[in-house]
Ligand binder design. Sequence first.
Ligand SMILES: [Zn+2]
Length: 161
Amino acid sequence: MEQLPHRHRQWMDLALAEARSALATGDVPIGAVVVGPEGEVLGTGRNEREASGDPTAHAEVVAIRDAAARLGRWRLDDCTLVVTLEPCAMCAGAIVLARVPRVVFGAWDEKAGASGSVFDILREPRLNHWVEVFPEVRRDEAAALLTRFFAERRGGVSSND
Ligand SMILES: [Zn+2]
C-alpha cells in the first residue's frame, strides 16, 4: 500500500471531520478512522463518552469496533488507524490487541499519551506487537480543535462546575 504523507493527510481530514462532529454532544473533539489496505475507510469513530455515558467510548475504540464488525474479524493487521490525538493507554492497548500495524496521529497528548509521550505502548519491546507510528500529521488543526473546545468550556457558562 502506498504510504505517502499526502495520503496520511487526506485520511486525517476524515478523522478531523469525525472530531468536529463530537462537538454536537459536548464531547471532547477527537476523531478516528480505520483505513483498509486499498485506502478504503472501514471504520469511523468519534469520542462519545458524554453521548453514550461510556468511559471507554474513545474515538479509536469506536473506530476499531466499527472496522472489526464490518470485516467480521478482530484482527486488523492490514489496516491503518488514523486519529486526531495521540492514543491513550487504553486505546494503544486496543490497537495492539487488534494487531493494527500502523498508526497516524495529529497532536501529542502530553498528559495521557501512550504512543510516544508519557508512555509508548505501541513500541513497547516487551509486547509481541510493534506498531509503526506517524505522529504530528496536521497537528496544528487537531490541537486547535481541542484548544478552542477547552477555552470555550472554561469561558462559557457551565452547569458542571
Ligand atoms: Zn483513548
